[in-house]
Design a protein around this ligand. Structure first.
Ligand SMILES: C[S@@+](CC[C@H](N)C(=O)[O-])C[C@H]1O[C@@H](n2cnc3c(N)ncnc32)[C@H](O)[C@@H]1O
Length: 300
């Protein structure tokens, strides 16, 4: 193995380790399914922008080729699997590629037009990926990308897209979340501190416009949805998905050597107690609000 390849492997596993949620496959798979359904509720069942779809489907048809779509950080591939069903129902010929830093959550069965691959978004795309896609989807990356890496990742996404191709990004604002119990609120605040210390942008969704404009994308649409406006079932979904995930982040962060220097969790004993109390609070149907934003941008 050449030294360069060895270094790439080390960086990739480093990025994977610093993604504090990837440890428990079953738990994360269940959470991602909840969030997938929740975003459908919040965004009127639309998982692929219908106006953009009309435009790219017409273009692909005129060019006599299948539509090409990519989902980055695809996780369990729940998005690509549903997208191909939607497109099949509309008789649109499509190939959907899911990419993730790890294949640990990939389903073993998938239709022929869904292909799942491994790619770390921090690495430059390979030749065969460049200029291939009409539409790229990104969802729930707030804890994945360090703020300083976002421009680089957007540059990579832009190079994946064809001319006039779209990027749709849906994410949450942990920094603006509010929970009805003190322990859970404190746990959420500690999670934000941990992610801050890891260089993540907790207010990513409010900074979307500036990131996108700096990357040279044109903003086509944007929509903020708020959990408190949604029904009880959705709110419970959010608390059973997001708050337990925050507690997992905290538990993992307590053992992470990389955080010792900046130490956002100085008083480990207090944080440990808050995690236990917050777990107890979770059983009592806490209420929670959190903004979820979806932005659709287009390459020139
Ligand atoms: C919170 S999950 C979201 C999964 C999916 N987008 C969804 O909404 O169901 C984040 C995903 O990003 C992946 N990931 C983490 N770091 C990554 C990286 N550097 N490049 C690509 N994917 C990454 C994780 O393995 C995980 O599957």
């Amino acid at each position: 193995m050449s030294p360069m390849v060895a270094q790439e492997v080390t960086e990739t596993s480093e990025n994977q380790k610093l993604y504090l949620l990837s440890q428990d496959k079953e738990k994360e798979t269940a959470r991602l399914a909840i969030f997938h359904n929740l975003t459908k509720e919040l965004f009127a069942s639309e998982i692929l922008d219908s106006d953009a779809l009309e435009a790219i489907a017409a273009k692909a048809k005129a060019e006599n080729r299948p539509l090409r779509i990519a989902d980055l950080g695809t996780g369990t591939a729940c998005w690509p699997l549903e997208v191909v069903q939607i497109l099949a129902a509309k008789n649109i010929d499509a190939q959907v590629h899911g990419y993730d830093i790890t294949d640990e959550k990939y389903p073993s069965n998938r239709p022929k037009n869904v292909s799942l691959r491994i790619w770390d978004i921090n690495e430059p795309p390979t030749e065969d990926m460049i200029g291939q896609y009409d539409y790229v989807q990104v969802r729930l990356f707030v804890a994945v990308l360090a703020a300083v890496k976002i421009p680089l990742a957007l540059g990579h996404i832009k190079s994946l897209l064809r001319s006039k191709g779209y990027l749709e990004w849906t994410d949450i604002s942990l920094a603006r979340g509010q929970v009805s119990t003190q322990n859970l609120q404190k746990a959420l605040e500690y999670t934000v501190l941990v992610l801050d210390a890891m260089g993540k942008d907790n207010d990513l969704v409010n900074n979307f416009d500036s990131y996108m404009e700096k990357a040279g994308f044109n903003i086509v649409k944007s929509s903020f949805q708020y959990m408190h406006k949604s029904n009880m079932e959705e709110r419970q979904a959010m608390t059973s998905f997001l708050l337990p995930a925050c507690l997992d982040v905290l538990r993992n962060a307590m053992t992470l050597e990389e955080l010792r220097e900046k130490d956002p969790l100085k008083n480990r004993e207090e944080v440990g107690k808050i995690i236990i109390a917050a777990e107890e609070d979770l059983r009592n149907r806490p209420r929670m609000t959190m903004p979820v934003r979806r932005i659709l941008v287009q390459k020139e």
